[in-house]
Design a protein around this ligand. Structure first.
Ligand SMILES: C[S@@+](CC[C@H](N)C(=O)[O-])C[C@H]1O[C@@H](n2cnc3c(N)ncnc32)[C@H](O)[C@@H]1O
Length: 256
């Protein structure tokens, strides 16, 4: 499919989705952030297993293909933002084989505590809105399935621009609600009907079924792709485009 480009009329985005009062007090950024930190910390022990079973994290193979499509290769200095349990980082290492050129960043110590690699990888506590790496130090920045969780996407886009070397590559992976009614209804039925049952059956942490319910609610409430692209373009990133697989897997790409 031909990649799409940003819409000049779309406004840049701060919060990536409307507040969700079923989970935290709306209009209170600190409460939203505390809810997310607690939820990811408390459910980290189940993340890899659930992600594998549900398939909607799209698996290791898909992550690796998306990294290759964006041009990842050995020799690049890479930052994995929102690294979580390291599912993207592991695929980065399969391509580059260079753990010393990879830094992972995440606000959840619990998630990073579940990241296991054959050779040591540097994991730093931090957020997309304030990435703990120097200016113009990265050739390749990737953020996998964390876009919906950040508090200020405009600030994150400015940070991607700051940390990328001129011409460096950004890749954001995210699940996007399908455009057609049928696709939307099918995905919703799966995420709202099947996923909570599976999560209840296999999880060890009590909040894991809630996390996966929240996962769908944030997909449904997320701003449209055109606004994501416009926000990246507004930060000064160039060549912003979106590649879509299977009508739901969005790969946003841009250059520093
Ligand atoms: C669904 S997990 C994705 C983990 C991993 N990238 C993957 O592909 O499986 C989302 C991650 O985003 C992290 N996160 C939440 N808020 C964030 C922020 N403001 N900046 C960066 N990461 C954030 C969470 O702690 C969590 O580890």
């Amino acid at each position: 499919m031909k990649p799409s480009s940003p819409d000049r009329d779309a406004a840049p985005v701060h919060l990536p989705h409307a507040p969700l009062p079923a989970y935290y007090q709306p209009d209170d950024a600190a409460k939203r952030e505390a809810f997310l930190r607690r939820t990811f910390d408390d459910t980290a022990v189940d993340y890899n297993r659930l992600e594998k079973i549900l398939g909607l994290g799209t698996g290791s193979w898909y992550r690796r293909q998306a990294l290759l499509r964006a041009g990842l290769k050995p020799g690049l200095q890479v930052v994995d933002v929102g690294m979580g349990t390291g599912l993207v980082s592991r695929e980065i290492l399969k391509i580059t084989g260079e753990p010393h050129r990879l830094v992972g960043v995440d606000p959840s110590a619990g998630m990073m505590g579940q990241a296991h690699f054959e050779q040591p990888v540097e994991c730093r506590l931090g957020r997309a809105e304030d990435i703990p790496v120097p200016d113009a130090s990265a050739d390749f920045v990737v953020m996998g399935y964390a876009l919906r969780h950040i508090a200020d996407f405009s600030a994150a886009a400015a940070e991607f621009r700051r940390v990328l070397k001129p011409g460096g590559q950004l890749l954001i992976l995210e699940i996007t609600r399908p455009e057609g009614r049928l696709g939307h209804a099918l995905l919703k039925a799966y995420m709202r009907g099947v996923v909570p049952l599976l999560a209840r059956a296999v999880s060890r942490a009590k909040d894991t079924p809630m996390l996966w319910r929240y996962y769908w609610d944030t997909i449904e409430a997320c701003v449209p792709p055109q606004q994501v692209m416009q926000t990246l373009a507004s930060s000064g990133l160039t060549g912003v485009e979106r590649h879509v697989e299977l009508n739901i897997f969005s790969e946003y790409r841009a250059r520093g």
